[in-house]
Design a protein around this ligand. Structure first.
Ligand SMILES: [Cu+2]
Length: 322
């Protein structure tokens, strides 16, 4: 075969090969991860719709291009037709492009509601009593108003999670870093904040990413199906936030509601023990006069900024539950 023909044919063949092989190379090669929550599945489906339309457009355009390159290639003695404008063709591709946009916009709006609005927890989800595990200032709640509302706080360079406990006192809530443990079949709503610079919360298999910006509270949600209990979903801060941005990882571990309740109780006990140990140490230091500034009256430290049991954690956590 002639060399000049070989090149486009090889290009076309490799292109077709790439498109055919792409789905086999892994389900999430061209479209987002999914499977952990219905909003992630909807986002994934939407990408697939757009991809399908894009492939049709791409193949159509490239097909006409390669067909024309071959059919109207330069020949000895041939004179090219001089064409100036073609109203029908021009209207045709303008209307065609507009139709593609209308189709994509319609599909997007059909899916958008299910992506943004959290559904109710399943019957086997965590038992959510009225007002006990629910924050009272929420933008998006499930239709029945009940969700496990966890505060996500981005800080250089770790994610901090605060679990609700039903009372107004934020200081005695259970908290954790890096790994969030959640019950399956339960709608988990997240209040996403940042305390220093902008970060971005993203566990790809659990839905879209959400900015964490100082001074704002953003909301997102997920609901992990029962079949995924025992699985851990991994993510990573998605906003360059400083030197150690790459180390700012996040994990969400799905457990059964029973395991979740055990986890919460255990964690509460651990935090109380650590606080008591810290308090004991502080009193000992005060008694021996070892700590500078240790003469503040005891029990009058509402911010809880001293002797925080977890290094690097913000002030105001789990002080003095007694
Ligand atoms: Cu970050």
């Amino acid at each position: 075969m002639h060399r000049s023909r070989l090149l486009p044919l090889t290009l076309l063949a490799s292109l077709v090969g790439l498109l055919v092989a792409a789905p086999l190379a892994g389900a999430d090669f061209l479209t987002p991860e999914s499977g952990g929550s219905s909003n992630a599945d909807d986002i994934d489906t939407l990408y697939k719709y757009v991809l399908a339309v894009a492939i049709v457009v791409f193949v159509g355009v490239e097909g006409v291009l390669f067909y024309s390159l071959r059919k109207f290639r330069a020949r000895k003695g041939a004179v090219a037709a001089q064409i100036r404008g073609n109203t029908r063709l021009e209207i045709g591709w303008t209307v065609g492009a507009a139709l593609v946009l209308v189709v994509l916009a319609t599909l997007t709006f059909i899916k958008l509601g299910d992506i943004r609005n959290p559904p109710n927890s399943g019957p086997d989800g965590l038992e959510l009593a009225d007002g006990t595990l629910v924050a009272n200032t929420k933008e998006k709640l499930p239709p029945n108003g009940k969700s496990l509302d966890i505060e996500v706080n981005g800080q250089q360079y770790v994610w901090r999670y605060t679990y609700p406990d039903g009372d107004q006192n934020q200081l005695n809530n259970v908290f954790a870093y890096e790994e969030m443990v959640v019950p399956v079949e339960t709608t988990v709503t997240l209040d996403i904040r940042a305390q220093d610079v902008a970060h971005s919360w993203w566990i790809p298999a659990l839905g879209g990413k959400m900015d964490a910006v100082p001074g704002y509270t953003n909301h997102t949600w997920f609901k992990i199906p029962a079949s995924k209990a025992g699985q851990t979903f991994r993510g990573q801060c998605a906003e360059l936030c400083g030197r150690n941005h790459a180390n700012m990882v996040a994990r969400v571990r799905a457990v059964t509601p029973q395991e979740f309740e055990r986890y919460l109780a255990q964690r509460k006990a651990d935090i109380q023990a650590a606080n008591q140990a810290a308090e004991r140490q502080r009193r000992e230091q005060e008694a021996t006069g070892g700590q500078p500034g240790g003469n503040a009256p005891q029990g009058e430290n509402p911010t809880g900024e001293s002797n925080n049991p977890v290094p690097g954690s913000p002030g105001g956590t789990n002080e003095d539950e007694r």
